[in-house]
Ligand binder design. Structure first.
Ligand code: MN
Length: 291
């Protein structure tokens, strides 16, 4: 059952991606993952775009990109070239290795507001083939005064068409009053405020904070006096220990070391991707002795 510490209100870490300040809601020291969600950056809203980034590799994870304002062009080593606009979802599966770049849409500098999420892939697919999906439209469900857009997984009676290798859930809730949100008691959840403070079980949740809700809950109360969007993440607590470093998620540190070396050696598993931005060099893993 939920305790006095539930929800836990945690602070996102200030970070920077491609010169754009971001609020890193996950990982948290006390909650490395929420379901299979292992990384969550809230970008903007700002006048400096949607955090563009040159070619860089991933293994063992899916990137889930949700844009609220602005536009990006995604290119990857699967051969994808896809613009993403507000209300659309890009989902890239790294498996054993993928490279991608997120270029600015040519033209004037633009405002940007987005969420960049990672999902840890399970043992069954983490060394599998890379893949990419774009979803121009996503299913929605009305919950009283709230419209839920289901990015990944199932929520409030609708299921996203996006690939999900585990039972994780991602949904944007557009709040216009009071709402009771149904939750799966077997899952843990997180709520991230996207454009202003909301009340969560009567407690304030502002931008730059993330609420963690332990398993055992069947509902959550959200309220706002202004129209506001929040992100709901959830899933069964991730069963395996994961190693996460730089752009890699793996079952062991050795797999990460090999991926870092393969990226630096331009190995076949990480093909070249065209971008207006420079290729991102890998830092040296801190656990390797100095040469
Ligand atoms: Mn990336």
């Amino acid at each position: 059952m939920p305790t006095d510490d539930d929800p836990e209100i945690l602070t996102s870490r200030e970070a920077e991606v491609g010169g754009v300040p971001v609020r890193r809601a996950l990982p948290q020291r006390t909650h490395r993952t929420v379901g299979a969600w292992c990384f969550a950056d809230h970008i903007g809203p700002s006048a400096s775009g949607v955090a563009t980034i040159g070619p860089h590799p991933h293994i063992g994870l899916q990137t889930v990109t949700w844009v609220l304002e602005g536009e990006l062009v995604h290119r990857d080593s699967v051969g994808s070239e896809q613009a993403i606009r507000p209300g659309q979802l890009n989902l890239m599966t790294a498996g054993g290795g993928v490279v991608h770049a997120e270029d600015p849409e040519p033209g004037l500098p633009q405002r940007g507001h987005a969420v960049q999420l990672w999902v840890a892939q399970p043992e069954a697919t983490r060394r599998g083939a890379p893949a990419f999906e774009h979803h121009a439209e996503l299913p929605t469900s009305e919950l009283g005064d709230t419209t839920a857009t289901v990015l990944v997984g199932s929520f409030a009676g609708v299921t996203s068409p996006a690939r999900a290798d585990t039972d994780h859930l991602g949904a944007q809730l557009f709040l216009r009053g009071r709402t009771t949100v149904p939750l799966d008691a077997g899952a843990e959840h997180a709520i991230i405020a996207l454009d202003g403070p909301v009340a969560l079980d009567g407690r304030a949740l502002g931008v730059g904070r993330v609420a963690y809700l332990a398993p055992g809950r069947t509902e959550l109360h959200l309220a706002t006096t202004e129209p506001r969007r929040v992100l709901l993440l959830g899933g069964t607590p991730y069963p395996d220990e994961i190693h996460m470093w730089w752009n890699f998620v793996a079952a062991s540190r050795d797999e990460i070391t090999t991926a870092q070396q393969d990226w630096e050696a331009r190995a076949e598993r990480f093909p070249d991707v065209t971008s207006v931005l420079p290729r991102v060099p890998a830092p040296r893993p801190p656990w390797l002795a100095r040469a």
